[in-house]
Design a protein around this ligand. Sequence first.
Ligand code: CP
Ligand code: NVA
Length: 300
Amino acid sequence: MSIRHFLTLMDLSPDELEGLIQRAIELKSMHKNGNRHTPLRNRVLGMIFEKSSTRTRVSFETAMAHFGGHAIFLSLRDTQLGRGETVEDSARVLSRMVDVIMIRTFEHEKIELFAEYSQVPVINALTDLYHPCQLLADMQTYVEHRGSIRGRIVTWVGDGNNMSHSYINAARQFGFELRLACPKGYDPDAEIMAAAADQVTLLRDPVAAVKDSDLVVTDVWASMGQEEEQKAREKAFAGYQVTAELMQQAKDDALFMHCLPAHRGEEVAANVIDGPWSVAWDEAENRLHAQKALLEFLLS
Ligand code: CP
Ligand code: NVA
């Protein structure tokens, strides 16, 4: 059987994704009931981080510990990858030792190249183009709070970044309507949008976009690697903060999500992320449960 990778949400079928979300909910309740489930005993996850992380590292490492396996944290600072060993050679060698590899990097092409040379499943733990693991947690969180997301209206406010691209893929795979409110010059990738043309609309006005939405989502204005653009982006994104007034345009029972880390007073007001709409903390916790479902799926 050929190896399954998880580089984008499009690598799994809608049914497989639906199954993962249900399994994540089940694994969460098993864990909370003290039911020890150790399907990955003696299995090892290699975790390559070229960018910072709190949630992704801790959720993957904890997932492997819960499952009876082990995780190895690899950073550029102390591996040969950081001293110029090629991606191809690193993939060949690491995948002869570990059972699954997770990578957080800059160029999406790098993870595609790594996967091409890997003998074991490769998981995208964020690239400049996508963040599919986060979407598993987000979809799980929506289902837990409101039931199926199929046919719902989701509004993305802010940058047309990696998270927005994964939301576009999620609209296709989970069957919801996605509106993106982005300032001019910060649109999502045109090709990714075109592939989802039936489900996705690009607007400039956040108020119009949020109207009657079931879920409002945002993310930082400057992603990792864009730190030098912070000041310019603060200017460009003024007017794109998710405020309580903006949330009031959405449906009465609308939810707010943010992949975190958040910048209160920039992309989101404190009384939104810390207020009644926010499910950001469940969303963060669900990284653990959703990735357990993913690891089990890829390794079983
Ligand atoms: N949301 C997310 O991926 O968080 P980290 O950068 O902390 O892993
Ligand atoms: N768009 C953000 C997401 C962080 C989890 C970034 O890439 O930095």
